[in-house]
Design a protein around this ligand. Structure first.
Ligand SMILES: NC(=O)c1ccc[n+]([C@@H]2O[C@H](COP(=O)([O-])OP(=O)(O)OC[C@H]3O[C@@H](n4cnc5c(N)ncnc54)[C@H](OP(=O)(O)O)[C@@H]3O)[C@@H](O)[C@H]2O)c1
Length: 227
């Protein structure tokens, strides 16, 4: 059971994904006000949820979505958006795939921080980003993804130095493989019990962003599940 988030407001990016959805649910169950930044409206509106819809496809769109998100206090920011495309060696990776991975996993999070670190500082809030263990332990066919997530990890370390002494903090979780519908479909022979549960990852993300999580700054935390 996580601590109460009553009276706090969190922004979740990638909230319609598996992990972002789990983070959003956990926050709401803990009493937080939640604003989600999503690319398309919810099919079934969620009562009480603030929803910012934006394609998030270029820096100006991201800046505008951040402006909307900062209409209220930002006590916590969760960046759970991301994209994966693996299995192709460097010489077989199409430029559009490479650019998409760089945008989604590195450049978009940079512009999100650019738009929301100020409001986060004002509240002495905490940002939690979802990186990937694959960037620290890359395999063949993962160069583009690993490169993009490495950039995200470096950005977290650097942003942590910028936040030092401000009362605000930024940290990242680096999961191995998450138990998602997409992974179950892609790896039918694997044992999902060895993977990271989205609910557990959400619990960890909330514990890093909770008001009581003092003293942690610039941490990149591996989350391996049973692998
Ligand atoms: N799945 C894994 O095994 C695994 C392992 C290690 C790390 N991770 C990382 O964990 C995070 C969450 O993964 P997940 O499995 O929950 O992924 P997911 O279910 O595919 O969700 C990804 C979310 O990111 C959003 N998104 C994708 N491209 C975007 C873009 N260009 N602009 C804005 N939003 C975009 C998606 O929006 P739409 O809903 O609009 O498509 C979706 O909400 C990601 O950062 C991922 O890289 C995942």
């Amino acid at each position: 059971m996580s601590e109460s988030w009553s009276g706090l407001r969190a922004v979740v990016v990638g909230a319609q994904g598996t992990v972002g959805g789990a983070i959003t649910r956990a926050l709401r169950e803990s009493g937080a006000r939640v604003a989600t930044m999503v690319r398309k409206p919810y099919v079934d509106p969620v009562p009480g949820l603030e929803v910012i819809v934006s394609p998030l496809a270029d820096p100006l769109q991201v800046r505008e979505a951040c402006r909307q998100a900062a209409q209220g206090p930002v006590d916590a920011l969760f960046i759970a958006s991301g994209a994966y495309a693996g299995g192709k060696v460097i010489d077989a990776t199409p430029p559009d795939v490479f650019e998409h991975l760089l945008w989604t996993n590195a450049r978009l999070p940079f512009y999100l921080l650019q738009g929301l670190l100020g409001p986060l500082r004002e509240r002495k809030g905490r940002a939690v980003l979802i990186g990937a263990l694959a960037a620290e332990e890359p395999r063949s066919g993962q160069a583009a993804y690993a490169m993009a997530k490495s950039a995200l990890h470096s950005m977290v370390r650097s942003a942590a130095r910028e936040l030092q002494g401000s009362g605000a903090a930024i940290n990242a979780l680096m999961p191995s493989v998450i138990d998602t519908p997409a992974n179950r479909l892609a790896m039918p022979q694997a044992d999902p019990a060895l993977w990271v549960s989205p609910a557990r990852l959400a619990e960890l993300a909330l514990s890093l962003a909770a008001p009581s999580a003092t003293g942690l700054q610039g941490a990149l935390i591996p989350v391996r599940g049973g692998l």
